[in-house]
Design a protein around this ligand. Sequence first.
Ligand code: ZN
Length: 251
Amino acid sequence: MFNKIRNWRVRRILARHPIAESLWRDALQRCTPARRLGASDQATLRVLATLFLDGKSLEPVKDLQLNDADRVLLATHACVPILKLGIDWYDGWHSIIVYPDAFMPRRPQMDAAGVVHQTNSVLTGEAWGRGPVILSWADVLNIGQAPGHNVVIHEMAHKLDMLNGAANGFPPLHRRMDRRVWWKALSSAWDRLHEAQRNGADLPMDPYALESPAEFFAVASEQFFEAPASLRQHLPDVYRQLTQFYRQHPN
Ligand SMILES: [Zn+2]
């Protein structure tokens, strides 16, 4: 019965607020991970993006204006990680605050409360445990310029990570996944990257990943969707664990 009600609700949302075909094509064109999907997965992503736009409040600040194409683009990026998980994985929070550019939070640094952020000063994105996601629109528009980077997927990965408490690189794993295998894959990759960094070698991943296990998971998630071949080549065990968690096999 519950499912029937839910499906009815979903159908009503899809009927009332469909994403126009031209906006959807535009978003697919600009979102590489979405463009790579097959037709059936793209159709699912379109449904998720519609539900995302219905359920979340996109709040531009400081004179920033977001038109319908911008909103659809943002929702498309945001829903890539939950393509095979479902919109429920983004339950429990409501707002996405969008700054025109990188922003500087005016408050004391605190992380015991579950605050995660990208740098100590100027941020391109931020995700709060039960609160909003904050994004820099300039950096959303930059997605696709630097290979492997996607600030929206990064912040959404933090959101998934925080579903079971503080961000620690340990999102709620599926029943058939093994926590020890997950941890071993991520921590040995972490150790290898640290060593490469000490030796002054080029890293196969943004060094920001080495800030903390939470950042490692978020940066690896960006790379998994934006530059999957590179992640699979350089950190195959991490790639494999992410295929199990996200239930996707991007290539
Ligand atoms: Zn982060």
